[in-house]
Design a protein around this ligand. Structure first.
Ligand SMILES: [Zn+2]
Length: 306
């Protein structure tokens, strides 16, 4: 909110001066400097980081030059490229968020492997997955939606996965759980390209290609699968069966990686793409994840459909 609108909105509180004083008090309490100042500080943080200064030294240097204290956690996140004051610029509200293929893809991923998280000072949207090209694609598209640079994936050794994250309150509002299909509809169904990107994001996340080349889409949310099914049929003439229940809540499962038994805490469902529709799926949707796309191509070649 700019200072002008703030003043206009609170004329009942007296003169302009008093409102400004109030604003200053609020700022001091929250310790969040205005965006322009944060952007200046951000640029300097990157410069100082390149010179190899410690987080504490950078923090002191920024305070000396700009008169604000930026937390070391924020400085760390800026240096790692996880967030920046540019994130979300140009999309101050959901109404101003424009439909695009990039956003369609991000929504699709969010309904699958993606996550949102609210912390005390940030609204985070992210993806953690083992296929690098998948996280790269997500980071590139998420960066484009936020009007900035691609968000580069980072590798987390402890979990053996790549992740890409950004912060945006507006996107968080759109993608937070529980997902409301009505809220995302405008973006997903904007045009054929947006729908295709959405489905691709969803299938990159939770689509499985069997060794024989069949494609199954899993999700814990029945409605998401029914929605995907409707879009596949109406927009692309792709036939599916299901949704079928996959695993019932509370079923004892065996994790082959750890060798441990565990109980599932959510129901899971799947839809199955009919074999005759696989060439259409390949043509209109496809996978970003190479191992999945390769299996699909092998199947189509083997059966003389490619
Ligand atoms: Zn569109």
């Amino acid at each position: 909110m700019t200072e002008t609108t703030h003043v206009l909105m609170q004329p009942q509180h007296g003169g302009e001066e008093e409102v400004k004083k109030m604003e200053n008090n609020t700022k001091m309490r929250k310790k969040i400097p205005p965006r322009e100042l944060r952007i200046k500080a951000y640029k300097d943080v990157l410069k100082l980081g390149k010179r190899g200064l410690s987080l504490t030294k950078i923090r002191e240097e920024i305070h000396r030059k700009h008169g604000v204290w930026i937390s070391t956690e924020t400085i760390r996140r800026w240096l790692r490229g996880v967030s920046s004051p540019y994130n979300g610029i140009g999309i101050p509200s959901l109404e101003l968020l424009e439909p695009s293929e990039d956003l369609g893809y991000v929504i699709g991923v969010r309904l699958g492997d993606g996550y949102t998280r609210k912390t005390s000072r940030n609204y985070v949207i992210g993806l953690k997955a083992k296929d690098k090209e998948f996280v790269e694609e997500f980071g590139r598209r998420l960066g484009a939606v936020l009007g900035g640079e691609p968000i580069r994936p980072r590798f987390r050794k402890d979990v053996g996965k790549y992740f890409a994250e950004a912060t945006s309150k507006t996107l968080y509002e759109l993608l937070r759980k529980p997902i409301d299909l009505k809220r995302i509809k405008k973006h997903v169904e904007h045009c054929k390209k947006c729908t295709a990107a959405f489905l691709r994001g969803l299938f990159d996340s939770e689509g499985h290609v069997s060794k024989r080349g069949y494609i199954i889409l899993y999700n814990t949310n029945y409605e998401v699968l029914a929605y995907a099914q409707k879009l596949l049929k109406r927009r692309f003439g792709i036939e599916t069966t299901g949704p079928w229940p996959h695993v019932q809540k509370g079923t004892t499962m065996h994790d082959p990686r750890t060798g441990k038994q565990y109980k599932t805490n959510e129901d899971c469902y799947y839809i199955y793409i009919k074999a005759e529709s696989l060439p259409k799926f390949y043509r209109h949707i496809g996978f970003t994840i190479r191992r999945k796309q390769k299996r699909l191509e092998e199947y189509l070649r083997r059966t003389g459909k490619l």
